[in-house]
Ligand binder design. Structure first.
Ligand code: ATP
Length: 453
């Protein structure tokens, strides 16, 4: 492996050799482990470096960060720490042994030797280590024949209870199988089936399920992964949250999510829309692609069911709001299937997230809807007024509570391409203000009821 380490980009080499020197001087052993080793052997550079320390990783990482002037973040509960060095990140973990108090629960962890740390890993291809220690720098430790499985393209667990102990590994197996076009080894596949037969995914906290699902949706072409999950697990992973006694009272989602041909056509359209958006609208806000796919899965549920789902899966507030707004606006978007003035198009989209807009573009293949969306992204989304509140104040317009309505109407006139300069905007602002003011004045006049005799 020394040759492969030598081929790494110089900044990564430096990160490793400095860690190695520090290990020698402080008398501890450190190893590169996990996905980075797998990728190194495959000839792929992985910039997420995972280093196992056969000692207290937090102490080691703090010293390392101090030496290199990197940012340091510790995670006490796990005995791990992350050091951020510019665009690189190095995770240090204390070598540990894990025991599972019950299947699906988080493991109990105790410091241990490297061998124990490798024994707790998910698959043989992820259970190799490379020594970063003086004397055997670059030596590969392959206790489970990971090298052989990697060359044969096999995903294999380390022991028979692996999927039951940690059922997230079921989704991880699918992720690596699809990402590398590997095969899940025969016995491993049988164990996976058995675990699924025992509904193992229901043993784990929905947040952990969510994390794995999001990782899958972040892979390129997630529809292929979703297809595999649908085939093997039937998307029942989203059917119900685990029993509430395990979770301390989370709300179960009762509705099954059945994905059909139409859904897979939608995933494909999302794929195309996302590339189109990234290509044509580079200057606009980057979108979270995984979220658009999740929306495509959840949109089949009713609003209360979506709410239950996002709560039990612990989506962040920002994502909950975005998800519900997609559902709420789904049928309204049909009204965009006609010729509309620019301000009306703007009115439709102004409060929607870019993820929602990309989703609607993919969801509705109707030509006019798509033209209107493109027009919004191309011509309208960044239009702003020259006139600001202070300008209105200087013009002596009162009361100020009319300003937001006034500015919105002014923007709508501008969007319809009727205003070019600040002077024109000011002229138009005066007209709108007069109208708003007289309407307000009229509303202030008390209504006197006349009684017919
Ligand atoms: P990726 O390329 O997607 O980052 P990775 O293998 O680096 O893949 P991580 O989730 O970063 O994946 O995990 C790093 C390593 O930690 C894995 O290679 C594996 O050895 C171990 N690991 C991660 N999750 C589990 C798990 N659920 N069970 C056992 N070992 C795990």
């Amino acid at each position: 492996m020394v040759d492969r380490l030598k081929k790494l980009p110089s900044e990564l080499k430096k990160i490793l050799t400095i860690a190695s020197r520090q290990a020698t001087s402080s008398g501890v052993k450190i190893y590169l482990v996990g996905g980075v080793v797998r990728d190194l052997i495959k000839g792929k550079i992985n910039f997420d470096l995972d280093i196992v320390v056969e000692s207290d990783a937090i102490i080691f990482a703090r010293e390392y960060a101090n030496y290199l002037g990197g940012e340091f973040k510790k995670h006490h509960a796990f005995g791990t720490a992350t050091v951020y060095l510019g665009e690189h990140k190095v995770d240090f973990a204390t070598a540990r042994r894990e025991t599972y108090p019950r299947w699906g629960a988080l493991p109990v962890v105790v410091p241990a030797a490297l061998e124990d740390d490798l024994a707790r890993r998910d698959f043989t291809i992820n259970a190799m280590a490379v020594s970063l220690n003086k004397g055997d720098y670059g030596r590969c430790l392959d206790l489970y024949n990971g090298l052989s499985d990697l060359s044969k393209g096999l995903i294999r667990v380390l022991h028979k209870d692996s999927f039951l102990e940690d059922p997230t590994r079921i989704l991880r197996a699918i992720r690596f199988e699809q990402r590398f076009s590997f095969k899940i080894e025969k016995n491993t596949f049988k164990l996976m089936r058995e675990a699924l037969g025992r509904e193992a995914l229901k043993f784990i906290h929905p947040h952990r399920l969510r994390n794995e699902l999001v990782l899958i949706l972040k892979e390129p072409k997630p529809r292929i992964y979703i297809g595999r999950i649908e085939k093997l697990i039937n998307f029942s992973i989203l059917d119900k949250t685990p029993p509430s006694k395990v979770l301390g009272g989370s709300i179960p989602v009762d509705k099954s999510i059945k994905l059909d041909r139409e859904d897979f056509k939608l995933f494909l359209r999302i794929e195309k829309t996302v590339s189109f958006y990234q290509e044509k609208f580079k200057k606009l806000k980057e979108i979270e692609e995984w979220f658009v796919y999740l929306a495509a899965i959840l949109v089949k549920l009713s609003e209360p069911e979506i709410l239950q789902f996002v709560e039990s899966f612990g989506l962040r507030k920002e994502h909950r709001v975005k998800m519900l707004s997609i559902k709420k606006n789904l049928s309204k978007i049909k009204r965009l299937n006609r010729e509309l003035r620019p301000h009306a198009i703007y009115h439709f989209f102004q409060l929607l997230s870019f993820e929602a807009i990309v989703f609607f573009y993919a969801y509705y293949p109707e030509k006019k809807i798509r033209e209107n969306i493109e027009y919004f992204l191309d011509k309208l989304v960044n239009v702003t007024l020259f006139v600001k509140g202070e300008d209105l104040k200087k013009l002596g317009m009162k009361p100020v509570n009319l300003y937001s309505k006034l500015l919105r109407r002014l923007l709508y006139v501008k969007l319809d391409d009727k205003l070019k300069t600040k002077q024109e905007e000011i002229r138009q602002a005066k007209v709108i203000f007069r109208k708003l003011k007289s309407r307000e004045d009229r509303m202030m006049v008390p209504v006197v009821k006349t009684i017919d005799k």
